[in-house]
Ligand binder design. Structure first.
Ligand SMILES: *[C@@H]1O[C@H](CO)[C@@H](O)[C@H](O)[C@H]1NC(C)=O
Ligand SMILES: *[C@@H]1O[C@H](CO)[C@@H](O)[C@H](O)[C@H]1NC(C)=O
Ligand SMILES: *[C@@H]1O[C@H](CO)[C@@H](O)[C@H](O)[C@H]1NC(C)=O
Length: 628
C-alpha cells in the first residue's frame, strides 16, 4: 500500500517538474520504479535508525560497549596468526582510555596515531574515543616534510607510533620537539625502544581494563571522533573531521544497503588511515559486530588465500586492487577457491568490471562514490556494471546531488546568463556537487580542521541566492535512467596506487631539493593502469641537475607513490596567469616520446635514480610489457 502511494506521489512530482511530459519519461519512470522504491525503503530505514542514535546521543564507544556485552566471546579481529575477541578489543581499548585519562588527557585533545594495520590500531582510537580524545590517523607511508606537515596540522598532545615505524619517527623527532612519543608493539613483535619514547606496552600492562563508564556516558553524537587526512582536490593534505555522527552514518548505511550482518566476515587489506578502511571496515566490526580480517599491506598473491583462510564473505576494494588481482591471475584458468560473495569499495572501472566479477565469481559489487570530507555519498545497489550509484530521476529537482556545467580542463564551474550555475542534461559530463544543509546531520559538511580550506570547497549561490554546495572536484556523467558514472578527477590532485597525490606538495618538495628551481607536477595517464602516474617537469637551463641525487632526495622526502614516475626537462615554466594552461598542455603531452622534443626520464626505483626513457622502454609501457 505504502509503495503504491509513494509511486503515485513520485509520478506526480516527476511529471509536474518535467518541462516536457513525453512518453520517454513515463517509460523511464516505470523502468526504474522498483529500483527507486527499494532505495526509498533503505533511506527510510536509515533515517529512522539514525534518528534513534540522535535521540539517545549514541557514540561509537557507547554502541561498542553495548555490543561487547552480548558478543564478548565472538571473534572480532583476525590478523596474521592472531585472533582477538570482542572482549579483548574492549579490554585493550579500556586500558588505553584509563592510561591517557590518568595522564590528564581531556575531551577534545588530539593524539596522532602513526601505525601500520594491526588490531592495536583499532583499540588505540577506540580507547581514546572513550574519553573523548580525537585521534588523527596519520598516513603511515609518510616520511620527512609531509609527515611533519600532517602532524603539525592537528597539534597533537602526543604521537603513538608502531614499533615498525620507529626509524621514520627517529628521523623526524628533532623537528617535533615538544610532543610526547609513545611506542607500541604488537603482540608478537619484538623491537627496540627509541630513546626519546616511552614504552606504551609496559604502561598498559599496569593499567586497569575496567570500562571508563562515566567518561563514555559524557559522549555526544556531534563529538569529534577522528581526523582523517585527505588531499581532497586542493592543496596539501588536510585533516577532515569525522564526528561520531558521521561514523554512525556510515555504520547505518553499510548494512542497510549491502545487507551485511554480523555473520559476515570482512576482508580488509586497505590502510586503516583511509576512510574506506577506517569507516567501512571498522564500522562493520565495531557497530554491526561482524568479524574483520586485517592485512598489513595488500598482496595480490595472498588476497584470495587470506579470504579463504578466514572464511570471508565480503571484501573491500579499490580499483587498483581489482586490477592487480586480474593481472596476477591472468594465466590462472582454474577456479579460485574462496567464499567471498560481495565486494564493497570504489574505483572498479567499467572496462574491467564484467571480466572481474566473472573471473572471481563475485555475486554483487557495491561500488561507492564519495569522499572522506564530502557530504554526499552514493552506492551502486543493483549491480549495474560501471555505475557509481544512482539518484531517482523524478527527484532531480531537489538538487541534493547535481552535475553542473564546467570547464572540462580545470573543473571550473560556469555560470549561465542568469548568474547561476547550470545543471547538465543526461549524458553530459559535469562537475559533481552536493547540497549542504546546515541544520541536518545528513548532508552536513563538517569541513577540515583548517577553516580556510573548508571555505575553498564550497560553492555559493548555485541554483538560487544563498544556497551552498560542496564542490567534489570530480567530473561525472549521469544517464537518463539516473545512473552516475565516474569520468575524471581534476584539480590539483591525482590518484596513483590507490593514494591521492597532491601536486602542490610534490612541487614544494622538489622546489626544496632543487634550491627553489621551477618545477610543475601533474598526473599522466598510462595505458592499463588506474589513476594517473606522477610526472614532473623541471627547469634545467644550465644542465646541472644531478639525477641520482635528485632521485635519492625524493625518496627520503616522499612516500613511494608520490615520487614522480616520469621526469621532463624543460626550458621554462610560465608562472603567470597561464600557469594552469601550461600544465594542461604538459598533462596532455604526457610522456609521449614521439611528440616531445625535451629530454624524458623515468624513475628507477631499484637504483633510486632517473634513467633515460628510451623508445624501447616507452613501447614496453604502451604495450603493457612493463607493468607499473
Ligand atoms: C633516515 O635518514 C637517513 C639520513 O637522511 C636516511 O639515510 C634513512 O634512509 C632515513 N630512514 C628512514 C626510515 O627514513
Ligand atoms: C576484561 O576485563 C574484565 C574486567 O576488568 C575482566 O574481568 C576480564 O577477565 C578481562 N577479559 C579478558 C579477556 O582479558
Ligand atoms: C641499475 O642497476 C642495474 C642492476 O640492478 C645495473 O645493471 C645498471 O647499470 C644500473 N644503472 C645505473 C644507471 O646505475
Amino acid at each position: 500500500m505504502i509503495y503504491v502511494i509513494v509511486s503515485l506521489v513520485a509520478l506526480f512530482v516527476f511529471l509536474f517538474n518535467s518541462k516536457k511530459n513525453n512518453f520517454r519519461k513515463i517509460y523511464i519512470f516505470f523502468k526504474t520504479l522498483k529500483r527507486d522504491l527499494s532505495l526509498v525503503r533503505i533511506l527510510i530505514c536509515m533515517v529512522i535508525q539514525f534518528a534513534l542514535y540522535q535521540k539517545r546521543q549514541d557514540t561509537v564507544p557507547k554502541l561498542f560497549s553495548k555490543l561487547v556485552s552480548k558478543n564478548s566471546k565472538r571473534n572480532a579481529i583476525y590478523f596474521e596468526e592472531e585472533t582477538w575477541t570482542f572482549q579483548e578489543v574492549e579490554n585493550f581499548s579500556n586500558k588505553i582510555a584509563n592510561f591517557f585519562k590518568s595522564k590528564g588527557y581531556k575531551r577534545g585533545d588530539v593524539v596522532a596515531l602513526f601505525m601500520e594495520n594491526r588490531p592495536e590500531y583499532v583499540c588505540v582510537w577506540l580507547g581514546l574515543s572513550k574519553i573523548g580524545v580525537i585521534t588523527a590517523l596519520v598516513n603511515n607511508n609518510l616520511v620527512g616534510d609531509p609527515l611533519l606537515h600532517s602532524i603539525s596540522a592537528v597539534q597533537p598532545k602526543c604521537i603513538i607510533y608502531g614499533s615498525a615505524l620507529k626509524d621514520v619517527i627517529k628521523n623526524s623527532s628533532d623537528a617535533i620537539p615538544n610532543t610526547k612519543l609513545y611506542q607500541l608493539s604488537g603482540r608478537n613483535e619484538k623491537s627496540e625502544l627509541l630513546e626519546e619514547a616511552e614504552n606504551l606496552n609496559v604502561k598498559l600492562d599496569q593499567e586497569s581494563d575496567a570500562s571508563p563508564t562515566e567518561e563514555i556516558r559524557k559522549g555526544k553524537l556531534r563529538d569529534k571522533l577522528l581526523y582523517i587526512y585527505t588531499s581532497g582536490t586542493t592543496g596539501l593534505p588536510k585533516a577532515a573531521i569525522i564526528s561520531n555522527g558521521r561514523f554512525l552514518m556510515v555504520a547505518t548505511g553499510l548494512p542497510a544497503m549491502t545487507k551485511l550482518t554480523k555473520e559476515d566476515v570482512m576482508y580488509n587489506s586497505l590502510p586503516l588511515y583511509h576512510s574506506t578502511g577506517a569507516m567501512l571496515c571498522l564500522s562493520h566490526c565495531l557497530i554491526t559486530g561482524g568479524p574483520i580480517a586485517l592485512r598489513k599491506k595488500f598482496s595480490a598473491s595472498n588476497f584470495w588465500k587470506d579470504c579463504n583462510k578466514y572464511k570471508c564473505t565480503v571484501a573491500l576494494y579499490i580499483g587498483e586492487i581489482c586490477r592487480y588481482l586480474l593481472v596476477h591471475h591472468t594465466n590462472d584458468n582454474t577456479l579460485i577457491h574462496h567464499s567471498v560473495k560481495k565486494l564493497v569499495g570504489s574505483g572498479l572501472r567499467p572496462q574491467i568490471w564484467k571480466e572481474f566479477v566473472s573471473k572471481f565469481n563475485i555475486k554483487q559489487v557495491f561500488e561507492i562514490y564519495g569522499s572522506t570530507e564530502g557530504n554526499v555519498n552514493m552506492m551502486n545497489l543493483d549491480n549495474t556494471p560501471g555505475a557509481v550509484g544512482y539518484f531517482p530521476v523524478w527527484l532531480k529537482f531537489v538538487h541534493s546531488m547535481s552535475l553542473i556545467k564546467c570547464n572540462m580542463e580545470t573543473a571550473e564551474p560556469i555560470r549561465g546568463s542568469d548568474g547561476f550555475y547550470q545543471a547538465c542534461q543526461p549524458g553530459e559530463p559535469g562537475l559533481f556537487i552536493g547540497k549542504i544543509s546546515l541544520n541536518k546531520i545528513i548532508g552536513q559538511f563538517l569541513g577540515y580542521v583548517n577553516k580556510e580550506a573548508s571555505e575553498k570547497k564550497l560553492l555559493r549561490n548555485v541554483f538560487k541566492p544563498g544556497d551552498v554546495f560542496f564542490n567534489s572536484g570530480d567530473i561525472l556523467v549521469q544517464d537518463e535512467l539516473g545512473y552516475f558514472y565516474f569520468r575524471d578527477r581534476t584539480g590539483d590532485t591525482f590518484r596513483w596506487k590507490g593514494e591521492n597525490v597532491a601536486t602542490s606538495e610534490v612541487e614544494a618538495v622538489i622546489s626544496n631539493i632543487l634550491n627553489l628551481r621551477d618545477a610543475v607536477v601533474y598526473g599522466v595517464e598510462v595505458p592499463g593502469t588506474e589513476g594517473r602516474a606522477g610526472m614532473a617537469a623541471v627547469v634545467d637551463k644550465d644542465k646541472t641537475l644531478d639525477l641520482q641525487k635528485f632521485g635519492q632526495s625524493l625518496k627520503s622526502n616522499l612516500p613511494a607513490y608520490s615520487i614522480p614516475l616520469f621526469l621532463r626537462i624543460i626550458e621554462s615554466v610560465e608562472l603567470t596567469g597561464t600557469f594552469k594552461l601550461k600544465k594542461t598542455t604538459l598533462r596532455q603531452e604526457g610522456f609521449n616520446i614521439e611528440k616531445i622534443q625535451d629530454k624524458l626520464y623515468m624513475f628507477d626505483a631499484k637504483n633510486i635514480t632517473y634513467a633515460e626513457l628510451t623508445e624501447d622502454i616507452y613501447d614496453d609501457i604502451m604495450t603493457g610489457k612493463v607493468r607499473l
